[in-house]
Design a protein around this ligand. Structure first.
Ligand code: PMP
Ligand code: GLU
Length: 386
């Protein structure tokens, strides 16, 4: 007998980023020398003061449930951080979640009804599509690849053509996974104008906000006219190299937070108690290790971009943030990435997983020597479009 599962879950496929990295791990366990450029996970340890804070909190007995939306001290620390970004949220307009993914999930479930239109800027991170489909929403996708993945030089016009009064929600992710593009102030103001004109709610996923190599643009919700229509999502996974700790948050207008809290209380109850305590130390006391990590990512970005351009690979634009690069690949991107993993033992993610076929995403959250070897292997075969 096969148990019939819901139409809801049947609508979606597993996360491509996580599936490929699982495949890479399996190959490695079988003895292959796999270089995993697929998953977006910093290769640095969690900074020691954060680890210490977690241990201390456990020893001090912070092992029970917390207030559903998070321990007050952490919500206060998050509110202070957001205030520095120009966002005026009280601690009770913040929900602490087990990872930004859960924050996005709760936000989308809270905002999107059956048939509601949600706009994505492609290439867009894999889970947005799945989360929207799980909520019953419909997708309108704006392909930014003809505009170097950015909103300047025509990108904003393409967004304007896609957004209408029918649009309920727009998801913006800058710095972007998978393109590494950072939208500048003008682009964000353009997004703001469209959101206001068509009365659209915006989810601003700012999880890569600390990882930028040039200017740090403003938080979208801090722009005039955006406070009442923006839900800001952020997390500790990338900036503090805390992927396995599972800690993130959403901040937004109290009407949204009130509704999302119900979902939160009926699903996860709260984020892990001692992890939340460690999060306070991350926000309040840890800066230098982050700056070092970002400098290391920048060196790798430079190396990768230079090597690929020298080899004749046309990169639409040099990414200014996160730790990803979209590269044009030959043939069917799914097949090309599968071949690269099977034959060259290099794992990358096909662009079609992000809505832009013809590309592959490379994550450079790997040490320089491994990146060099991976590029050597890929350049020996028909992988890059040149
Ligand atoms: N948003 C983006 C754009 C991401 O790349 C990720 C990566 N996992 C997340 C959200 C979720 O991160 P986490 O749940 O680990 O906080
Ligand atoms: N966000 C990371 C990535 O895109 C981690 C995996 C995931 O959550 O999708 O690779």
């Amino acid at each position: 007998m096969t148990i019939e599962c819901s139409r809801r879950v049947n609508r979606v496929t597993p996360s491509a980023t996580l599936s490929i990295s699982t495949l890479a791990k399996e190959l490695r366990a079988d003895g292959a020398d796999v270089i995993d450029l697929s998953v977006g996970e910093p290769d640095f340890p969690t900074p020691a003061p954060i680890v210490e804070a977690g241990k201390t909190a456990m020893d001090a007995g912070h092992t029970g449930y917390t207030a559903t939306t998070g321990v007050p001290e952490l919500r206060r620390a998050i509110a202070d951080k957001l205030a520095e970004d120009g966002l005026g949220h009280d601690p009770d307009e913040i929900i602490v979640t087990p990872g930004a993914k859960q924050a996005l999930y709760e936000t989308i479930q809270t905002l999107v009804d059956d048939g509601d239109e949600v706009t994505l800027l492609d290439p867009a991170w894999v889970s947005y599509e799945a989360m929207v489909k799980l909520a019953g929403g419909t997708l309108s996708r704006v392909d930014l690849s003809p505009f170097g993945f950015g909103l300047a030089d025509g990108g904003l016009d393409a967004l304007a053509a896609a957004i209408s009064d029918e649009t309920e929600v727009l998801i913006v992710n800058s710095p972007s996974n998978p393109s590494g593009i950072v939208y500048g102030v003008e682009a964000l103001e353009g997004v703001r104008d469209l959101a206001v004109e068509h009365d659209v709610t915006v989810i601003s996923d700012e999880i890569y906000e600390r990882i930028t190599y040039g200017d740090s643009p403003p938080s979208l919700g801090s722009l005039d006219g955006m406070a009442d229509r923006t839900v800001t999502v952020n997390g500790f996974s990338k900036a503090y190299s805390m992927t396995g700790w599972r800690l993130g948050y959403l901040a937004g207008p109290s009407s949204v937070i009130e509704q999302a809290s119900k979902l939160h209380s009926h699903s996860v109850s709260c984020a892990t108690n001692f992890v939340q305590r460690a999060g306070i130390v991350a926000l309040e006391d840890v800066d230098e290790p982050i700056d070092e990590m970002v400098r290391a990512f920048e060196r790798r970005r430079d190396l990768l971009v230079d090597r690929l351009r020298d080899a004749g690979v046309e990169l639409p634009r040099t990414p200014e943030g996160a730790f990803y690069l979209m590269v044009p690949v030959v043939g069917d991107d799914q097949q090309t990435c599968e071949n690269a993993l099977a034959d060259q033992h290099v794992a990358t993610v096909p662009g079609s997983a992000f809505g832009t076929p013809g590309y592959a995403r490379i994550s450079y959250a790997t040490d320089v020597a491994r990146i060099e070897t991976a590029v050597d292997r890929l350049l020996k075969t028909d992988f890059f479009e040149r």
